[in-house]
Design a binder for this molecule. Structure first.
Ligand code: MLT
Length: 399
């Protein structure tokens, strides 16, 4: 009989969002007349921007013509997209070369796959609560994970610990808490990583939601970060690509890892080797669509899209304030992290919302021990549904 990777027996049977979806489907099947409003998984609802659609349509035409048809593309992404991303960083005074950018089908995939280039002996550090992918992928690989508590006392923005770690996962704006690190806070982590010769795996999937110029959108705004950080970005939440799939990861050329005998190797070279072996790139027409968001029209459309979702966030935070509920996030971030009312556990509050007012959120306990007693709502629904969900939740809480 074939042996399995035993570490798979150490992770929960289902991924958090699959579990939620299973419970919601069961409720929907038993209550077909109820209108369920989903503020659970962070999935976007607005259609792709017009500029993206136009670019994709033009790319489809190219694929129909033998003179412009494309087969396999570069595994790292087409130059037109890598150059556009590089130029966007440059416009923010950050120098990222095109060959430091790897286009992919998602930040979640890259965050999961990046472990391939690191030893399973590394100590992993995550904050708790945490996006479950950081934890599960490392349990699957058999790495030791250590936690740093993110809680109301530190406003869900923990400082580096006083123990050693080799691989540090950070997310800002944070999923699930909606907290956003200041430059000073991020610098503390960069300094910690440099001191510990560790790598920061910086999940910047929600960077486009930061409107405050004082807050860093990229870890490379911090001095020294290129020597210790890989950055993951995504078009999913920026431009509505959750179903279309396109993202990119930055691996600076000066970032090294250590070999057992004590030598150094560039992680860019290792990641390139991994991607060229295991990945055949993102479809041409998807990359054409992604590149369109860097045009003037695309930038305007993305700004409007983010403005719309942040308008939803403002509606949610206003309703929670009125109901006297403590919450975090919802500013410079599309997630709202609230304290469950009446001392309910996060799954109890989940069931109450689902059963009594047919609204779906995400129980904080699904993100870790410190998430117990908290609950996450997203700003990604339609305006109409967001308003209705807030009315329903307020009605329930004010009873
Ligand atoms: C979430 O709801 O946390 C995200 O949508 C998950 C993801 O982006 O993979």
């Amino acid at each position: 009989m074939t042996l399995i990777n035993e570490h798979y027996t150490e992770v929960n049977d289902t991924y958090l969002f699959s579990e939620i979806s299973k419970r919601v489907s069961a409720f929907a099947a038993a209550n077909p007349d109820k209108k369920i409003i989903r503020l659970g998984i962070g999935d976007v609802t607005l259609p792709l921007p017009t500029s993206v659609i136009k670019a994709m349509q033009a790319a489809v035409e190219e694929m129909a013509d033998p003179a412009t048809f494309k087969g396999y593309g570069p595994e790292q992404g087409y130059d037109f997209l890598r150059d556009a991303i590089s130029a966007d960083y440059k416009s923010r005074d950050i120098k990222i070369e095109s060959n430091e950018i790897f286009v992919s089908d998602g930040a979640k995939s890259d965050i999961g796959n990046i472990g391939d280039i690191f030893s399973t002996d590394n100590i992993v550090l995550v904050t708790d609560p945490v996006y479950p992918v950081y934890v599960d992928t490392n349990i699957m690989a058999g790495r030791t994970i250590r936690y740093v508590g993110s809680n109301a006392k530190n406003s869900f923005l923990p400082s580096p610990p006083d123990f050693h770690a080799d691989m540090i996962y950070l997310c800002s704006p944070n999923n699930p808490t909606g907290s956003v690190m200041s430059r000073e806070q991020l610098k503390e982590w960069v300094d910690y990583a440099l001191k510990n010769e560790a790598v920061i795996l910086f999940d910047a999937a929600y960077e486009a939601y930061i409107s405050d110029p004082e807050l860093p959108r990229s870890i490379y705004e911090i001095e020294g970060a290129k020597k210790c950080a890989i950055e993951f970005c995504s078009f999913s939440k920026t431009a509505g690509f959750t179903g279309t799939r396109c993202a990119y990861t930055i691996v600076p050329k000066i970032l090294n890892g250590r070999t057992k005998p004590g030598g150094h190797l560039p992680l860019n070279r290792l990641w390139n080797r991994r991607q060229t072996t295991k990945f055949n790139g993102v479809p041409y027409l998807i990359q054409k669509g992604a590149a369109a968001i860097y045009t003037e029209e695309g930038k305007r459309e993305v700004r409007d899209m983010i403005g719309y979702y942040m308008g939803n966030a403002a509606i949610i935070t206003k309703a929670l304030s009125k109901a006297g509920i403590t919450f975090y996030g919802g500013v410079n971030a599309p997630y709202i992290w609230l304290k469950c009312p009446s001392g309910l556990s996060s799954w109890q509050f989940f069931d109450k919302l689902l059963n009594e007012v047919n609204v779906v959120g995400t129980p904080g306990a699904g993100f870790g021990k410190n998430g117990e007693g908290y609950f996450r709502l997203t700003a990604f629904a339609s305006r109409e549904n967001t308003v209705e969900a807030c009315d329903r939740i307020s009605g329930l809480i004010n009873i």
